[in-house]
Design a protein around this ligand. Structure first.
Ligand SMILES: Nc1nc2c(c(=O)[nH]1)N[C@H]1C(S)=C(S)[C@@H](COP(=O)(O)OP(=O)(O)OC[C@H]3O[C@@H](n4cnc5c(N)ncnc54)[C@H](O)[C@@H]3O)O[C@H]1N2
Ligand code: MOO
Length: 421
């Protein structure tokens, strides 16, 4: 039986060229305010054409002053400065008149020649009086200060966040809200993003009914298509879904007709030892290889490049039909590659926590148990059967019982992956 690590290598060999091609493909350009931008990955690095902030501005509502107007400390009594003209946020910078204190608001340009800001609370009086902007009659009055500011105090200098010409984001970086904000701050209007991988997702099985169909005896509703589609989309793929009955011809036709517009084919079901294994029958002849893994759930797996009539090849991953098996197959073998393409950490957060109770596992298989973590930080795992979808739906963690482990006592540390996002 193939190990999980060996199958992971086989999947990488099949899909790494797909992701490398997509990462080098012409970028899609999305407007900075496109709701679809969040979560995409940059296709190229982006450089700031302007410094951030673009000009020296005030960090406080207060007075812009010149240090040279202050005597060396200590100041006897208070220093009185004439009122200068006011700069509000959005005004162009004005010339600072020596010997004045010029009202300046948070975010407003520091008057040229001023080199520090004193917050209004530290002025006497501690409130603004008559304010005169550029072009108004000259201001009257004065304001007093008991201490000199430090050089550049409360001045946010141009480029102090990022100088002009600096890299805003590298290529392959996930667009989080703060990164989108950074690009917007630098005036970027259109963002080059990596194309999403296009996945053709096919569920098989004569027993599988589409939503809304009456449930005939012996049939079940299709869980895998919505489950896998949402998992793959959540990890950054564009997914087209199809259901085919247990007809190898219908599946082969689908691959031939739709395969050239997809980057990867993903199937669920129809690959184990039964008499009607549609995926195995349809795709083995086209180039997929079907194997047993030392893994539970997820034992049966298929994988390979399918020969297309035009000469191309369609990489295919064939997951087993049990819902937990197909979900965990995606979790192990495909989601990490999709997440990495979307600039996210490939792997789930992992840690070792103590088991709340003893657990047995078949030693020849790597068992992935679903579970929860209690308030004391101990892991409780649930039964291993791969039809237990309600159990997976309420799981917080996947607990790993690797090959060679047949029993772990209560309190033993176990590796868990957090899956409750
Ligand atoms: N004799 C053997 N039988 C089985 C073996 C084996 O080694 N020898 N392996 C078992 C394991 S493990 C798994 S996992 C399954 C995998 O079977 P298939 O990939 O061929 O999947 P199906 O037989 O089509 O379906 C399995 C199970 O899952 C249900 N299913 C399928 N599609 C869906 C769907 N879209 N939504 C919800 N549920 C679905 C299906 O009804 C079956 O109950 O084989 C074991 N048997
Ligand atoms: O390997 Mo199957 O995937 O356990 O249920």
């Amino acid at each position: 039986m193939r190990t999980v690590a060996e199958h992971t290598r086989v999947v990488h060999a099949l899909l790494d060229p797909v992701f490398a091609r997509l990462a080098a493909a012409p970028a899609e350009h999305l407007p900075i305010d496109d709701p679809a931008l969040a979560g995409r990955a940059t296709a190229t690095s982006l450089v700031s054409e302007i410094p951030l902030p673009p000009f020296d501005n005030s960090q406080m509502d207060g007075y812009a002053v010149r240090l040279a107007d202050f005597p060396p400390p200590p100041i006897e009594g208070a220093l009185e400065l004439r009122l200068g003209r006011t700069t509000a946020a959005g005004d162009p910078p004005i010339e600072h008149e020596p010997g004045t204190a010029a009202p300046v608001m948070t975010g407003a340009a520091i008057p040229i020649g001023a080199d520090a800001v004193i917050p209004i609370e530290l002025a006497d009086p501690p409130r603004f009086g008559e304010l005169r902007r550029a072009g108004d009659p000259a201001p009257q009055g004065s304001v007093r200060f008991v201490a000199a500011p430090a050089p550049a105090e409360f001045v946010r200098t141009a480029g102090s966040d990022l100088p002009a010409g600096a890299i805003l984001l590298d290529a392959g970086v996930r667009l989080t809200p703060s990164r989108i904000g950074l690009l917007a701050n630098a005036g970027v209007r259109s963002v080059p993003v990596r194309p999403k991988p296009r996945i053709l997702l096919v569920s098989t099985g004569d027993e599988v009914s589409a939503p809304g169909e009456p449930l005939a005896p012996g049939r079940i509703y299709d869980a895998n298509t919505p489950l896998l589609a949402s998992a793959l989309r959540g990890a950054g793929a564009d997914v087209e879904v199809c259901r085919v009955s247990d007809s190898p011809d219908a599946l082969r036709r689908l691959v031939v007709e739709e395969g050239s517009t997809a980057d990867v084919l993903v199937t669920s079901g129809g690959i184990s030892a039964g008499a009607y294994e549609v995926v195995r029958e349809a795709l083995a002849g086209l180039g997929a290889e079907f194997t047993g893994l030392a893994l539970q759930p997820g034992g049966p797996q298929g994988c390979g490049g399918l020969a297309l009539p035009g000469g191309g090849s369609l990489p295919a991953l064939c997951f087993p039909g049990n819902p937990v098996s197909s979900a965990l197959s995606a979790e192990l073998f495909l989601l990490p590659l999709l997440r990495a393409h979307a600039g996210r950490p490939a792997l789930r957060p992992s840690e070792h926590l103590p088991l709340a109770h003893a657990v047995d596992s078949p030693p020849q298989k790597h068992q992935l148990r679903r579970g929860r973590v209690d308030e004391a930080g101990r892991v409780h795992v649930t039964p291993p059967s791969s039809h237990l979808l309600a159990d997976l739906a309420s799981a917080e963690v996947l607990a790993h019982l690797p090959v060679g482990v047949d029993h772990l006592p209560a309190g033993a540390p176990i590796e868990i992956w957090r899956i409750d996002d």
